[in-house]
Ligand binder design. Structure first.
Ligand SMILES: [Zn+2]
Length: 72
């Protein structure tokens, strides 16, 4: 990915963070009336542990209840 060299960027973070790469979440909107299929959430290192899909709402229909994490 241009402009985002993770090898260089890693030096900016405390190695003791220890969690590896920030979490990526694949989320599907299950609302019947929503045309959005799925989207990806990319967390930063600052995202608190345990922040899950329930913390977000669909960026298209705005439903906070219809979101479902896709386990890959
Ligand atoms: Zn939706």
């Amino acid at each position: 990915m241009p402009g985002r060299a993770s090898e260089n960027g890693a030096f900016m973070f405390d190695p003791d963070v220890g969690a590896g790469m920030p979490k990526t979440l694949e989320v599907a909107c299950t609302d019947e009336d929503c045309d959005l299929d799925m989207f990806e959430l990319h967390y930063t290192y600052d995202m608190p542990d345990g922040t899950g899909v329930e913390a977000f709402a669909c960026p298209y229909c705005g439903s906070a209840d219809a979101l479902e994490e896709i386990q890959v």
